[in-house]
Design a protein around this ligand. Structure first.
Ligand SMILES: [Zn+2]
Length: 470
């Protein structure tokens, strides 16, 4: 398969409230990969999608509570979410909203297509529903009779006429897909978790809600709206299909949180298969971030906004911190103290000092040629770690390289050398800094842009600190 196009997506966030740093972790991770493919690997056909999930019962209710129409309410939240994404320099190509006209049209057509293919039928649903998750639940999903994500909420017993999706028909198909594509779900522990759900057996699920207005009408029955999850998953397709990024020549990578894993690993591929469309290549499931050991949540009142952190520490420090210490494989805890330590030791000391030292010693010089032969070899390993979805380990290796570079200056003492000899040493150093900077671009893009400006082009001036100590 020739994959010359790359599609990278994040989960779209539910607009009952503005997104917090936990949501932003995943945006930074996806942004890192979009930049990696675009800038480091030089791929021209990379598209990066993010956005908001705006329909459903919780949103209708939140809007009423605030005395607003759902339209105004979701518009405000989507605007705030965009600002939060901007604070971390997220370089998306489109911010899709499920209330966008093209999405409503596509979701309607998608539903019709699946219906015509025979995978949708009407029946009565008698069972459990968690309003917090907006999810149908079975007894097996509950912990002490409550939803694991919403232990303070009562589980509702509902009985209603719904349209059902024949998810059970895709059991064998999915089993084969999982066994043919051992990296379909990453990391491996999530793959195994999803496979074990699959082996327990899949049940048909309701994909419409009666008595709800805030949603996309079911095309074959205007008394119902399409269930919010069915609607939301289609957003990727809405964006990518008309651009030619939902074909066999595209590598499709979805990033999402562990609360969305089942929808993306089991329901979404079944929906696509029912509609006769190709499946994604990779579903990357990240874990959750906590704050000072506590779950980040509105009810606990400890919501931490990304923009509050970037104002305090700077965009690149927060990006760097999240990519190295975030919940890539398992839950991770964040404190301001930890961010400050990383800022001072890894960024101000190891990277910032190196750049300012070398630029000071080269004051008034022009760099004509840089040699990067040896360092490129060292950076190859880092590239492999990134490909294997280990940006955290890549940063560990980069820190080691930066220490080598600091030691090189320390050992050679260029300030004690004759002019030509001094320049030779420093020129090598600049080459290495620029090579490391290139591989750092997807992590800390503002900083690497500054580093290029310091050393390339005009006469070198001593640089002001890249990461002033905090
Ligand atoms: Zn719940």
């Amino acid at each position: 398969m020739k994959t010359d196009k790359i599609l990278i997506t994040t989960a779209i966030d539910y607009t009952n409230d503005v997104i917090h740093i936990g949501h932003l972790y995943q945006k930074v991770l996806a942004d890192f990969y979009a930049r990696y493919y675009r800038n480091l690997l030089g791929k021209e056909n990379v598209r990066f999608l993010t956005g908001t999930d705006e329909h459903g019962q919780n949103i209708e209710r939140s809007a009423v509570e605030k005395g607003k129409t759902p339209e105004d309410f979701v518009g405000e939240i989507a605007g705030l979410d965009k600002k939060e994404q901007a604070s971390l320099n997220i370089s998306y190509d489109r911010f899709i909203r499920t209330t966008d006209e093209d999405h409503k049209k596509t979701a309607t057509e998608f539903f019709e297509r699946v219906y015509k293919a025979g995978y949708i039928y009407k029946a009565r649903y008698n069972g459990l529903y968690c309003e917090g998750c907006e999810e149908y639940k079975t007894e097996k999903d509950l912990v002490d009779g409550k939803c694991a994500n919403h232990p303070t909420k009562e589980i509702k017993k509902i009985s209603e006429e719904n349209y059902f999706f024949k998810l059970s028909s895709f059991q064998d198909f999915l089993k084969k897909y999982f066994s043919d594509n051992p990296t379909f779900v990453l990391p491996k522990v999530k793959f195994n978790e999803m496979l074990s759900f699959l082996k327990q057996g899949l049940l048909d699920i309701p994909i419409s809600r009666p008595s709800l207005k805030w949603g996309i009408p079911v095309p074959i029955d205007n008394k119902q709206v399409i269930y919010v999850w069915f609607d939301a998953l289609i957003n990727y397709y809405t964006y990518a299909k008309p651009l030619g990024f939902w074909d066999e020549n595209t590598k499709i990578i979805h990033f999402l949180g562990k609360d969305n894993a089942r929808w993306h690993s089991l329901l979404w591929p079944s929906m696509l298969s029912a509609a006769g469309e190709r499946l994604p290549n990779i579903v990357y499931v990240n874990s959750f971030l906590s704050l000072n050991g506590q779950k980040i949540s509105k009810s606990l009142g400890n919501i931490i906004k990304a923009s509050d952190l970037t104002e305090k520490f700077g965009t690149d420090t927060v990006r760097y911190y999240l990519l190295k210490y975030g919940p890539l494989l398992e839950d991770a805890d964040i404190t301001e103290e930890k961010i400050r330590d990383v800022h001072n030791s890894e960024l101000a000391n190891n990277l910032g000092n190196l750049v300012s030292r070398v630029s000071k010693l080269l004051e008034g010089e022009v760099i004509e040629k840089v040699s990067v032969k040896n360092i490129k070899q060292a950076l190859k390993g880092i590239n492999t770690l990134i490909k294997d979805f280990r940006p955290d380990l890549a940063l560990q290796e980069i820190q080691i390289e930066l220490s080598h570079q600091n030691k090189y200056i320390q050992d050679n003492k260029p300030w004690e050398l004759e002019k030509d000899e001094k320049k030779k040493i420093l020129q090598k150093s600049v080459g290495n800094i620029l090579a490391i900077s290139e591989i750092l671009e997807p992590f800390i893009p503002e900083t690497t842009e500054k580093i290029k400006k310091i050393f390339l082009g005009k006469t070198i001036k001593p640089a002001s600190p890249l990461f002033p100590r905090l």
